[in-house]
Design a protein around this ligand. Structure first.
Ligand code: BDR
Ligand code: CA
Length: 312
């Protein structure tokens, strides 16, 4: 039996694509029972298409892909083409995959999977806005106990935000969904920018993956290079590799350190919308609702990613 049965909810997205590939390349530890997609980096039509494309490219077209929420719970959609390109997978040649999209809605698939899984439950890995997961939490409260854990990429505290001075993209796009998920009562491990800014990828990593990998790895390697020159603050050609940290933690938890904290999400505010408010010192008296990842071994994560994706 594999260690983790997971559903990967995502908005591919260049780093989402690498998270999918890392999971697919790790069948000893991870059974990926399905991929659900959400509007985020690009609109839903593209995130579901991109998820199928990545599965095909990795030689895993048997993994079912479902489309979910077309827009956040209350706010208008926000996209991130400046980071991911118009296709969402800038750098990759993109075409319509042969693999079909599943008929059912992503939220129904997650609910049915939780309903039919054993007592061990399922791990939900979330690498995009949390709209789909929040819909599961709201519509299927009796199934919550079947969520073994939620491992998510989202939020920021000590390092500040990437779309506003204080908010990170996934949480900012759908703060109401994020608030519902952080309040759901199930175990959460959160990879915010505090962690992912310690995992910096660039051209050297792309070249390594190109030189050691097979055909799929050689194509995916481009995703380790940022679009354009990358954000100046990280150094020439470097950019944080966010979403694969979630899967890397399932594979090698010792590469990370976390602290149990109470996290609240700001759902209003002209300047603070989408902020994850982390109670580092217990001043609110609220019980911790998340393991907030504080440290990541960036070299270790990138070595793991390259070693695994090279197998595809
Ligand atoms: C997150 O936002 C998206 O652009 C990335 O795919 C990642 O999930 C980082 O803030
Ligand atoms: Ca993402």
């Amino acid at each position: 039996m594999t260690a983790h049965r997971i559903i990967l909810d995502c908005d591919p997205g260049r780093d989402d694509a690498l998270a999918i590939a890392l999971a697919l390349a790790s069948p000893e530890e991870i059974e990926l029972i399905g991929i659900t997609t959400v509007a985020g980096n690009v609109p839903l039509e593209l995130t579901q298409r991109n998820a199928r494309l990545v599965c095909e490219l990795c030689g895993h077209d048997q993994v079912p892909v479902y489309a979910g929420a077309r827009r956040p719970l209350s706010r208008a959609p926000v996209t991130a083409e400046e980071i991911h390109g118009r296709s969402g997978l800038e750098g990759l040649e993109v075409s319509e995959p042969a693999m079909a999209l599943q008929d059912r809605h992503a939220v129904d698939f997650i609910a049915e999977s939780l309903g039919s899984c054993g007592d061990d439950g399922l791990t939900l890995v979330a690498c995009g806005p949390l709209t789909n997961l929040a819909m599961v939490v709201a519509d299927f409260p009796k199934l919550l106990a079947k969520i073994r854990q939620i491992v998510l990429m989202g939020g920021a505290s000590r390092v500040g935000g990437n779309v506003t001075p204080v908010a990170e993209f996934n949480i900012h796009v759908d703060p109401h969904a994020a608030a519902a998920v952080f309040a759901c009562g199930r175990p959460i491990t959160a990879f915010g920018l505090d962690a992912t800014y310690q995992v910096l990828a660039g051209p050297d990593h792309a070249e390594r993956l190109e030189s050691v990998g097979g055909a799929a790895a050689r194509r995916l390697a481009t995703l380790l290079r940022p679009v354009g020159s990358g954000p100046a603050r990280f150094g020439p050609g470097l950019a944080p590799l966010h979403d694969p940290c979630t899967v890397a933690w399932l594979l090698r938890p010792h590469l990370f350190e976390a602290q149990s904290v109470a996290v609240a999400v700001e759902t209003e505010g002209d300047h603070t919308l989408g902020t994850t408010v982390v109670d580092w010192w217990g001043v609110t008296g609220r019980a911790p609702n998340a393991e907030w990842v504080t440290r990541a071994d960036g070299d270790g994560v990138l070595d793991l990613l390259i070693e695994r994706i090279a197998r595809l």
